[in-house]
Design a protein around this ligand. Structure first.
Ligand code: 26V
Length: 812
């Protein structure tokens, strides 16, 4: 077996083979001759995990006492599959492929055994995963803290066009990547009441105890020299899970009923990503993982023999949205009630340690918890939050705004409800309790300052900053697009994997016909591969020479899959009207999950599926138009779609998509973007240049103006015959003859409500799409633009984002 020169590994081939076979025999009770693909997957994963664990000992965790350790607190980590990425990072990909081949096993079949680790909903969770990768690559000592959900995001299947949810049993018999650390188990309290002790101090007496057991996953850098870890907490009932009195009286069930069911806390990931349900269990999940993580941090700090007063010097907490915002009062509680600090000292440390990232401006996605609910579960925390608010309102706020009641009410952590209850605004708490607050793209951060927190921006100049999102080039280029990676290696060297600005070197090659051909060739191969997957999953045959037009992201009205759909219908009509015209063949590819309770989103999925069925079976189109909705969109599916995409749909209503990261992944792989001036699209357009992107639609200001003057979608419907015909065809049952009313709800919403103004952007979108079609017919022109997209998007590496965080957020 020969090892390729390009691979530098931490382990030579012989030891690798020995270790692998040991795992096969010992852990799996099999042998290389008898092993199934799944056995190989497990043994390979265990072998790589061991290499990482050895390396972890030598990395930042124990060594760099001086460097500030970053603790990334996130309810979600959307990791996807780990084996392929790890093989690449450790330089063992070719070695493993060759070894398996000698047993007649294909590495790709082995990689396909892995269930995605879908412990997240979408952008926010995937960003956390990319950031873990980049923290390791920047050699920043860091721990990701989250929840070891038993069930990740639901699996999606389509039944007669409808989305149905199935449980995601991703680690029924454990995962080879996770190492349990029972000795580092922590205990936390819940519920109960407050008591006064003999010194007159308030004391929380929780009535429930819960254990958090840590499960660790190693996160290696490229090359594997530096390793960080992801620590996910699993909940376990307390030491006395059963009320023994009742138990002994024979009331077995009753004995268990009163207890918090420990197992359920980390049981399942909530599948909503915009409308908070205000569920007790979600708040308990938030507190559970945050409190466990803080205990863990303080324990390590003390183990190093460091004084509590220096905690903030050694640790930075990054709050991924407000989900872990309870860290602020929890840290205050730990420092005061357990460590004996006074308010001011505890507050100074808390404010120094916490940093908050905002990921959305959607008002309904801004978390608020009812004070009475929070007070029931966490009575001490409610007191502390009240105190934080009191000190804030009577101090800084009063100084700045005097008795201006309107402003005071706006900046207060509490919102008073008519029914007498109060809601705790987690965003306000987070801003007040943090040293830095950041948005996730330049436009978004501007809106955070101007619209969401203008008062806080005036009060705390410099606290609100921007850090534009990024994606890891290891997974989203090197691993998912090996053909393009090889082409890059041959032409600009191999350093781009850890220094994505190297892609600039491609710029002159955009003028080389040979290079353009080679680039197009890579894409064609990727499209053939995706075509095979589409055939298998959707039973639809697509032509790899057609333009692959891709929209992959959560299903949400503001992301406007419905706008895409209206354009598809209009193309369909156009082709039927002019069958002999020279239409650009297109394949529309969708991937999206809808929150199970989001009725309209599910209707949009149904509409896409129904329309796909009619169009795909219409012989008159001569295969020039196909629509496919790949079920169960997830990280590993994205890895197959992205390298095959010609066009990237980024068509949200301006001002609503905070950043987007799919836009970066697709552009980096050479897809051209059709998009609005929203989120990071704005910066992508600046980077690639106006000639190399298809921008359309109303700007943030135009959308605001339209909203102000009273938006009337019906006006657009009436005055645009193409649009009218498309909507009418949804209304009148053209796409489902046996149930003509089936798609009416989608049509009616568009005509009469259209909250995200799809109709207002329709004409502009259609024009942009026409330009796309024209450009695609001129291959040289198209491929030149595609290459320039790859060449100019190096700035969207998450390595750059992390460098920005280090400088603007965690630094001085
Ligand atoms: C919010 C909520 C609200 C309560 C119910 C559960 C839940 C779960 C997640 C969220 C956060 C949604 C925010 C989010 O995912 N934002 C996305 O963040 C990406 C990374 O910054 C960004 O690229 C996307 O534009 C943004 O939509």
């Amino acid at each position: 077996m020969s090892k390729k020169k390009s691979e530098t590994t931490l382990m030579d081939n012989n030891s690798f083979t020995v270790e692998l076979e040991k795992h096969l025999r010992r852990e799996l009770g099999t042998s290389p001759k008898r092993a199934t693909a799944h056995d190989w997957w497990q043994a390979l994963s265990l072998t790589l995990r061991d290499i990482n664990l050895d390396q972890l000992q030598q990395s930042g965790l124990d060594e760099n006492q001086e460097e500030r350790h970053v603790c990334y607190l996130s309810m979600e980590f959307l990791m996807g599959r780990l084996l392929g990425d790890a093989l690449m990072n450790l330089g063992l990909y070719e070695t493993a492929a060759t070894l398996l081949q000698s047993y007649g096993v294909r590495l790709s079949d082995v990689l396909d055994q892995e269930r995605d680790m879908s412990l997240g909903n979408g952008g926010l969770g995937r960003l956390a995963a990319c950031f873990m990768d980049s923290l390791a690559n920047r050699n920043i000592p860091a721990t990701g803290y989250g929840i070891n959900y038993r069930y990740g995001l639901f699996r999606q299947v389509f039944v007669d066009g409808y989305q149905k949810e199935k449980p995601d049993v991703w680690r029924e018999f454990g995962s080879p990547w996770e190492t349990c650390r029972p000795s580092e188990t922590v205990e936390i309290g819940l519920f109960g009441h407050m008591e006064m002790d003999h010194d007159g101090n308030n004391r929380w007496v929780p009535s429930k105890k819960l254990f958090g057991v840590p499960w660790d996953i190693t996160i290696p850098s490229f090359g594997g020299q530096y390793v960080n870890r992801l620590r996910l907490w699993e909940s376990l009932v307390g030491a006395y899970p059963i009320d023994l009195d009742k138990y002994n009286q024979g009331e077995y069930l009753e004995a268990c009923r009163n207890l918090v069911d420990g197992d359920t806390i980390s049981g399942v990931l909530y599948p909503e990503d915009s409308t908070p349900q205000g569920k007790d269990l979600r708040l308990i999940q938030q507190y559970f993982f945050t409190a466990c993580s803080l205990k863990d941090i303080i324990r390590q700090h003390k183990q190093r023999g460091l004084p509590m007063g220096s905690l903030a010097k050694h640790y930075a907490l990054q709050l991924n949205d407000t989900h872990p915002a309870i860290a602020i009062p929890e840290l205050m509680r730990l420092l005061m009630d357990e460590e004996g600090m006074v308010w001011n000292q505890a507050w100074a440390i808390t404010q120094e340690m916490c940093h908050y990232t905002n990921h959305t401006l959607l008002p309904e996605a801004l978390e608020k918890w009812s004070a009475s609910l929070l007070g029931r579960i966490l009575p001490r925390h409610l007191q502390i939050i009240e105190m934080i608010n009191y000190v804030f309102l009577n101090g800084e706020a009063k100084e700045q705004w005097g008795d201006n009641l309107e402003i005071i009410q706006k900046v207060s952590i509490f919102e008073e409800l008519d029914n007498g209850d109060r809601m705790i605004r987690m965003a306000n708490l987070s801003v007040i309790g943090s040293r830095r607050v950041n948005g996730v793209a330049a436009l978004h951060s501007g809106l955070v300052k101007a619209n969401l927190f203008p008062e806080f921006d005036a009060l705390y100049p410099g606290k609100l900053v921007n850090v534009t999102n990024g994606v890891t080039p290891r997974r989203w280029l090197a691993h998912c697009n090996p053909g393009l990676a090889r082409l890059l290696d041959r032409n600009i060297g191999t350093d781009w994997r850890t220094d994505l600005d190297q892609l600039e070197k491609l710029t002159p090659l955009a003028e080389s016909p040979d290079f353009l051909d080679a680039f197009a060739n890579v894409r064609f191969k990727n499209k053939e591969r995706l075509a095979r997957l589409i055939e298998k999953e959707c039973k639809v045959t697509v032509n790899p020479n057609a333009l692959f037009d891709v929209q992959i992201k959560r299903l949400h009205e503001y992301k406007r899959q419905q706008l895409n759909l209206l354009h598809i219908i209009s193309l369909y009509h156009e082709m039927l009207d002019n069958p002999d015209a020279d239409h650009t063949p297109r394949v529309f590819v969708f991937g999206a999950k809808a929150a199970p309770g989001y009725v309209l989103a599910k209707q949009i999925i149904l509409a896409i599926n129904k329309i796909a069925q009619v169009i795909n079976n219409d012989r008159r189109l001569d295969d020039r138009l196909k629509v496919v909705f790949l079920p169960d969109y997830r990280v590993s599916l994205a890895e197959q779609i992205i390298p095959a995409a010609d066009l990237s749909e980024q068509i949200s209503t301006a001002g609503f998509e905070a950043s987007g990261t799919g836009n970066m992944k697709l552009g980096l792989n050479g897809a051209l973007t059709i998009g609005t001036l929203d989120g990071a699209n704005v910066e992508i357009a600046e980077a690639v240049g106006d000639d190399n992107i298809f921008i359309f639609g109303k700007t943030v200001d135009e959308i605001a103006a339209l909203q102000q003057q009273g938006y009337n979608p019906y006006h657009y419907y009436e005055s645009n015959p193409v649009l009218k015909r498309a909507i009418d065809s949804l209304m009148n049952g053209s796409f489902c003859q046996h149930k003509p009313d089936l798609l009416k709800p989608v049509a009616e919403d568009l005509m009469h409500r259209d909250q995200f103004m799809a109709l207002a952007d329709f004409e502009s979108y259609r024009e942009a799409q026409q330009k796309v079609s024209e450009t695609f017919r001129k291959p040289r022109l198209w491929w030149r633009k595609a290459v320039l997209n790859t060449a100019r998007l190096g700035g969207f590496s998450s390595d750059r984002s992390i460098a920005d965080y280090a400088e603007k957020v965690w630094g001085e």
